[in-house]
Design a protein around this ligand. Sequence first.
Ligand code: PCA
Length: 213
Amino acid sequence: MKVLVTGFDPFGGEPINPAIESVKRLPDTIAGAEIIKLEIPTVFNKSLNVIDEAIAKYDPDMILSVGQAGGRPDITVEKVGININDGRIPDNEGYQPIDTPIFEDGPVAYWSALPVKAMVENIKKAGIPASVSYTAGSYVCNHVLYGVRYICEHKYPGKKSGFIHIPFLTSQCLDKKGMCSMSLESIVTALTAAIETMVTVTEDIKVTGGTTH
Ligand code: PCA
């Protein structure tokens, strides 16, 4: 079993992105699966091209993408990607789409193909706060969650993919008083627990992960 794990480069004026920092520090093997680590640009379309090329090269069974969600207090396992690009800020190449589809001929949304609730449970069992998220936003992270599902459905049937958002690192918040953050060690522990779950659990568990707002 092979798992491709992607992490974004820094964006939005931050000097680092905890996504690629934590992905780089993952073990090379988790629950017997080979872990392939890939840095991807925070750029619409190019991010998907880089992942598509890596899928063709490494033939992974699963793809997990990781991105920073600055301000979120916990690890959030994304449930759904939606077919829209709506950039609050330009991407790292200055492109800022507004209300464009990711794929013209794609459905409105794709579910994550990963056992989202089991992943949340096991991240919490590892001692790290986590929850299900029902929105990955409308920027490059949602673009990758949706776009990788589209690519798998069209080119690589059977491959599973999904997305995890992680908080700011504590070191990014020295001048962000009151901002939620997490240590790099905790994020790596959480991602390791999530990947262990992806590799070993085929059916998601039936527990509530819902929100009222
Ligand atoms: N987070 C952004 C894009 C890159 C990243 O790490 C997002 O949530 O869309």
